[in-house]
Design a protein around this ligand. Structure first.
Ligand SMILES: Nc1ncnc2c1ncn2[C@@H]1O[C@H](COP(=O)(O)OP(=O)(O)O)[C@@H](O)[C@H]1O
Ligand SMILES: C[C@@](O)(CCOP(=O)(O)O)CC(=O)O
Length: 310
């Protein structure tokens, strides 16, 4: 009888570059250690899963969990494991643009390899995580899995990532609208727009890529105001791509009216979370309080310069 295997991962925040990353443009993504996933795997008579969102046999999981199911079967075949029970404990909100599907895939892969006491290199880890992401998202850029596997903020480009100095003195307020995001549908609709309105849509995607480069420069040069302006321009482009929604637009405007240097949605959009940039922690806290009074479900504050690595 095999012992147990354990794996961990964390959520992520896309600072800038969602959607355009699917078309090979760069993105800046931060691992987000305030949200964590722990997975335990052990031998069982039938393949089964326990998570806050689902309890039961893997043969019966709902369609939206096909990514996880196929991943575990692939890991089982690759590592020649017996039947298993998976326990998933997570504080990453599901379908809010925080990369829950990639984080869970990373934690599951780590748990299986630790169970079999097999060495897991970064390339193999990303191979398995992106296998699950392809089933969950259709056409993932790969940045969610890369960020969930990294301890530091990353500049993701051409399927590779590098790190860079987070010199900036500013605070990110992450706010959850509480409404499910629709990553798969939003990614599909951008691809349809690209066919129908090719010239206009590819210009927006190009622009989002340039804005990501400008965001990196603003961070390195410690220019919070410039970063805020770049975030606002990115949000305008995301709105034109129709991946925002009225709720996000209203909260983003409210944040700007209440002193945010910039604000934009994060992740797949059409729900989920948004980001507001503040110069000081106190300003971020004051805005968080106002947003919560206005109905925001949950907020987190992340220092950008004093980044606490996951
Ligand atoms: N805690 C969890 N337990 C089980 N499955 C999870 C969990 N978190 C995420 N998932 C999987 O990830 C999917 C949600 O992913 P997705 O909609 O892409 O969210 P996100 O936009 O946060 O990445 C779920 O349908 C499920 O398959
Ligand atoms: C829209 C996209 O750029 C980011 C999706 O982020 P999330 O899965 O909603 O956390 C898609 C992708 O990069 O695969």
């Amino acid at each position: 009888m095999l012992g147990q295997g354990n794996g961990r991962s964390n959520g992520k925040i896309i600072l800038i570059g969602e959607h355009s990353a699917v078309y090979d443009k760069p993105a800046i993504v931060l691992p987000f250690s305030d949200t964590q996933i722990y997975v335990n795997v052990r031998q069982a008579s039938k393949n089964s899963l326990t998570s806050r969102y689902y309890i039961g046999y893997l043969t019966d999981v709902p369609n939206e969990m096909q990514g996880i199911k196929q991943l575990t079967y692939k890991l089982q075949a690759y590592l020649h494991t017996p039947n298993f029970h998976l326990d998933i404990n997570s504080t990453v909100p599901v379908a809010r643009g925080m990369g829950s599907s990639a984080a869970v895939a990373i934690a599951i892969t780590r748990a299986f390899f630790s169970w079999k006491e097999e060495y897991l290199d970064q390339q193999t880890l990303l191979f398995f995580a992106n296998y699950a992401e392809k089933i969950a998202h259709g056409n993932p850029s790969g940045m969610d899995a890369a960020a969930a596997s990294s301890k530091e903020p990353i500049f993701f480009e051409h399927k590779q990532f590098t790190t860079f100095p987070m010199n900036i003195d500013a605070y990110l307020l992450v706010a959850d609208t509480g409404v499910l995001g629709q990553t798969r549908a939003a990614v599909k609709s951008v691809s349809q727009r690209l066919q129908t309105f090719h010239k206009e849509t590819s210009a927006i995607i190009q622009d989002l890529g340039l804005l990501t480069e400008q965001a990196k420069e603003a961070i390195i040069a410690n220019q919070p105001e410039s970063l805020g302006e770049v975030m606002n321009q990115a949000q305008t482009n995301l709105k034109t791509l129709t991946v925002s929604n009225q709720l996000l637009d209203d909260f983003i405007q409210f944040s700007l009216d209440n002193g945010a240097l910039g604000a934009k949605l994060t992740g797949g959009g059409r729900g989920g979370c948004f980001l507001a940039l503040a110069k000081t922690k106190i300003q971020a806290e004051q805005l968080a309080q106002k947003l919560e009074e206005r109905g925001i479900k949950e907020t987190w504050i992340q220092g950008l310069g004093v980044y606490q690595y996951a």
